[in-house]
Design a protein around this ligand. Structure first.
Ligand code: C2O
Ligand code: CU
Ligand code: CU
Length: 514
């Protein structure tokens, strides 16, 4: 199912992997012969290469960019993000077979991961599958996920943060019949918003990890908040309903989203597609890698007016406990988590009367996925020792797994994750992402008190745990329970913190599905 181009014999690359770690996955020729039998509905090329773009006035900024083209299938399968240097949006339908040839024209090794998609191991962008500069990797998979906003980004070990930061990220939108039947705003009325923060030097060049150790420990925060790679874009809109697909593509920043005029947010979906019914929130906490699907009705807005999507102020302590003995220690960034900013403005430029009513029912989930699992929990602890983050006391190992990290394909399990901080204290919020199918969040509690009371206006109030998720923000002192459904595909899958500096620093583990 996988082809390696520009590298000579496919088997020579694959054989670099310790076979013991991933038995039966790389069974010689069988995985290659499947390629000729794979008849794609959609075929794309996707290249990662250095480029130059105008981000700020003055000198162009050197970035790394995904570009692509459609080789087979509908032309809308790939669309450049308007006015952006981020990767083109891939748009496919559930059930389509997709072939994507990734060409690595970066000066270093890379591999692409389709975040949120349930795909075979060889298609998942595991860091053991990196290809060198100049090589290609052919992905072939069937889109099994329900309609939703997924995304793609590189996943090489210890370089994910660097590569994403320099521009390598794009949206991966899946549509399906269930969603189409709802008649949600689409086309011009669907806006894709990628939230990222960046730091630039006096020559307009990207600055990464300038704070050294502190940035790696706390996660790197930029001082400019960009949307689709642009500073405070203004998008022209009409007096009608819009659908916003929002992705937090930042390395470490946590947003507290709200509308500038105080209108509550109407949430229709999250990481793994539509909710069962729309939900309303005063504000919405969005952690790195998470997505929010939001409806906004502008029919009552006057032409000439503007409404903006903002990130509201919150105390940084809510996501990273400050240490009284070392005040200021956690202020590595000039623009810390919790800073208030306007992100993107919607400017009403046209009057259009298109009556539309948001359906009150969006989807129906199978009852066994509505939080009734009783299977034994697997416990995962988050700790910090010797300037490093650990998952259950371990750091990343490329191909090995602990006994409790070996699971049955297609099985269901409950994970209980605790973020209590170790002896060294310093708990902070971690967005934990699990590869494979989407999961459900069963419970979230503050471990010390068992309390479930939520402080009004807090980051905790803005967390939305409904629907299908692939990334969960676990606040300091919290314990959460997730119901997971493992993929049917055997192989090594990852779970890790999506603060990319934590991931690169080893806050990542494999679980082996067999
Ligand atoms: Cu978005 Cu393992 O990554
Ligand atoms: Cu992922
Ligand atoms: Cu983390």
């Amino acid at each position: 199912m996988v082809q390696w181009l520009g590298l000579g014999a496919a088997s020579s690359v694959i054989s670099r992997l310790p076979a013991a770690g991933i038995p039966s996955l790389l069974m010689g020729e069988s995985s290659h012969r499947a390629t000729t039998a794979f008849d794609p509905d959609v075929e794309l090329s996707l290249t990662a290469a250095p480029g130059e773009v105008a981000v700020l006035p003055g000198q162009p900024t050197r970035v790394w960019q995904f570009t692509g083209s459609v080789l087979k299938g509908p032309t809308e399968s790939l669309r450049a993000m308007p006015g952006s240097w981020l990767g083109p949006t891939i748009r496919v339908q559930r059930g389509q077979r997709v072939r994507i040839t990734f060409s690595n024209r970066l000066p270093e090794a890379s591999i692409v991961h389709w975040h949120g998609l349930d795909v075979p191991f060889l298609m998942d962008g595991h860091p053991s599958l990196v290809i060198p500069s100049g090589a290609d990797y052919v992905y072939e998979f069937e889109v099994r996920n329900r309609a939703g906003t997924y995304w793609y980004h590189p996943h090489p070990h210890m370089r994910t943060g660097h590569q994403v930061y320099h521009g390598l990220a794009g949206m991966f939108v899946v549509t399906d019949d269930e969603e189409r039947a709802l008649g949600l705003p689409s086309g011009e009325e669907e806006l894709q918003l990628v939230l990222q923060d960046r730091r630039f030097d006096a020559q307009n060049q990207l600055v990464y990890l300038a704070g050294g150790m502190m940035d790696q420990m706390m996660g790197f925060l930029g001082d400019r908040l960009l949307v689709n790679g642009t500073l405070q874009p203004v998008l022209p809109v009409a007096t009608r309903a819009y659908r916003l697909r929002v992705l937090n593509g930042s390395n470490a920043r946590i947003y507290k989203l709200k509308w500038s005029d105080g209108t509550p947010l109407t949430v229709i979906g999250g990481d793994g597609g539509l909710l069962e019914a729309p939900a309303t929130r005063r504000f919405l906490t969005l952690a790195p890698a998470q997505r929010a699907d939001i409806i906004v009705d502008l029919s009552q807005h006057a032409v000439g007016t503007t409404i903006s999507l903002d990130t509201a102020a919150y105390p940084a302590e809510e996501v990273s406990m400050t240490d009284a003995t070392a005040p200021g220690m956690l202020q590595a960034s000039a623009v810390p988590n919790g800073v208030a900013r306007s992100l993107v403005a919607l400017k009403v430029v046209r009057r259009e009367r298109v009556p539309w009513i948001l359906p009150s029912r969006l989807s129906t989930f199978a009852p066994e996925w509505n939080g009734v699992a009783t299977v034994a929990a697997r416990r995962v602890t988050i700790d910090f020792r010797r300037m490093q983050w650990f998952l259950s006391g371990r750091v990343f190992e490329m191909t090995s797994t602990a006994p409790e990290e070996q699971v049955a394909a297609g099985g269901t399990q409950v994970w209980e994750l605790s973020n209590l901080g170790g002896m060294m204290g310093q708990p902070m919020a971690h967005p934990i992402h699990i590869h494979g199918p989407q999961f459900r969040i069963l419970e979230r509690r503050t471990a010390a008190t068992g309390a479930t009371t939520i402080k009004a206006g807090s980051i905790r109030e803005g967390l939305f745990d409904g629907g299908w998720r692939d990334t969960i923000l676990i606040l300091p002192g919290e314990t959460v329970r997730l119901q997971l459904h493992y993929t049917d595909f055997p192989g090594l899958y990852l779970y890790h913190c999506h603060i990319l500096e934590h991931e690169d620093g080893g806050m990542m583990r494999n679980f082996k599905v067999s």
